[in-house]
Ligand binder design. Structure first.
Ligand code: PBG
Length: 301
C-alpha cells in the first residue's frame, strides 16, 4: 500500500461530495471533506495523496492557483494540521485555473512557455508554504522543473521534492479527468506540449532533461498502454519512477465490471501488479481505496 498514491479532487464550489459521471464511484469532495477522506484512507493504510483543485474563480493566468487561500492551499493546511505524517503531493498546473483551460499562459491562441514558468514557480512555493511534501508539475512546459526547483530553493523549501510528469503523452485516456477537474480546454488541443504517442525515445530525452533540471521522481502517463515506456525509463535511469493509472483507464475498468463482463477485483489486482512488474516504484491510481479495502478483507488472487 506504500506504493499507491490516492488522487483527491477538492472542489471549492460544493458543500457535499459529487460523483464524477464518467468515473463511477469517484467523487469531487468539498474542502471541508478532505480531513475525513484522508482519515478513511489512513484506515486502509494509504498514506500518500495527490491533490487536484477545482477553484471558484478562474482567469486568463490562473491566479487562484497561487493564491494563499486557494482551494489547494486550504486543503493542504487542513490535512497537515490533522495528519503531520501523511505524504502530500500536489499537481502544479494551470489548466484547472484558467478560463481557457490550457496548461500555460495563452496569447493569440499560442501557449507561451517561458512566460508560464515564473507562475509555476509561484504555485509550487504556495503549495510548499501550505505544507506540501512533493510538487508535481504536470503541464509539460519546457524548463518547468528548473524554474520550480529554483523558486523553491530561493524560498527556503530545499527539502520539498519534485515529481515531474516527464513523459506525459497527448492521450485520449484523460477525458474523464477533464470532467472531474473541470479542466477541458476551450480551443485547440494539448499536442503542442504533450508527447506524441508514436514516440518512445522522446520519453527518455524528456526524462533525462527533467533529471538534469532537478526532478527527484519521474512519471510516465498514462500507464497501461505505456508499460514499455515505464520499463525503459526504469532500466535506463534507475531513479524513482511513478506510473499514473489515469482516469480513462479507470473508466474502462468500471464500465466493464459494472456490466459484469469482467471481475473487478481480479482485474484491478492484475493491472496494479503488472504496472509494478514493469518497473514502477509508485502508482497513482483511482483504484487505490477499493484495492486496499479488498486486500484488508483478505482478497486472494
Ligand atoms: C493536468 C493533468 C491532467 C491529468 C493529470 N494532470 C489532464 C490533462 O493533461 O489533460 C490527467 C489525469 C487522468 O486522466 O487521470 N493538470
Amino acid at each position: 500500500m506504500e506504493d499507491l498514491i490516492v488522487p483527491i479532487f477538492v472542489d471549492e464550489n460544493i458543500s457535499s461530495s459529487i460523483e464524477i459521471r464518467s468515473m463511477p464511484g469517484y467523487y469531487r469532495i468539498p474542502v471541508e471533506g478532505v480531513v475525513k477522506e484522508v482519515e478513511t484512507c489512513l484506515e486502509l493504510n494509504l498514506k500518500s495523496f495527490i491533490l487536484f483543485g477545482i477553484p471558484s474563480y478562474k482567469d486568463e493566468i490562473g491566479s487562484s492557483a497561487f493564491d494563499r487561500n486557494g482551494v489547494i492551499q486550504k486543503a493542504i493546511r487542513m490535512i497537515r494540521k490533522e495528519f503531520p505524517d501523511v505524504v502530500i503531493v500536489t499537481d502544479v498546473c494551470l489548466c484547472e485555473y484558467t478560463t481557457h483551460g490550457h496548461c500555460g499562459i495563452v496569447r493569440d491562441g499560442k501557449i507561451l512557455n517561458d512566460e508560464t514558468l515564473p507562475i509555476l514557480g509561484k504555485i509550487a512555493v504556495s503549495h510548499a508554504e501550505a505544507g506540501a511534501d512533493i510538487v508535481a508539475p504536470s503541464g509539460m512546459m519546457d524548463g518547468m522543473v528548473k524554474a520550480i526547483r529554483t523558486a523553491l530553493d530561493d524560498a527556503g523549501y530545499t527539502d520539498v521534492a519534485i515529481m515531474s510528469y516527464s513523459a506525459k503523452y497527448a492521450s485520449s485516456f484523460y477525458s474523464p479527468f477533464r470532467e472531474a477537474a473541470d479542466s477541458g480546454y476551450k480551443f485547440g488541443d494539448r499536442r503542442s506540449y504533450q508527447m506524441d504517442i508514436h514516440n518512445s525515445n522522446e520519453a527518455l530525452r524528456e526524462i533525462e532533461l527533467d533529471l538534469k533540471e532537478g526532478a527527484d521522481i519521474v512519471m510516465v502517463k498514462p500507464a497501461l498502454a505505456y508499460l514499455d515506456i515505464v520499463r525503459r525509463v526504469k532500466e535506463t535511469f534507475k531513479v524513482p519512477t511513478c506510473a499514473y493509472n489515469v482516469s480513462g483507464e479507470y473508466a474502462m475498468v468500471k464500465a466493464s465490471t459494472m456490466q459484469g463482463w469482467l471481475d473487478e477485483k481480479a482485474i484491478v489486482y492484475e493491472i496494479l501488479t503488472c504496472i509494478k512488474r514493469a518497473g514502477a516504484d509508485l502508482i497513482i491510481t483511482y483504484h487505490a481505496k477499493d484495492f486496499a479495502r479488498w486486500m484488508m478483507e483478505g482478497f486472494e488472487w
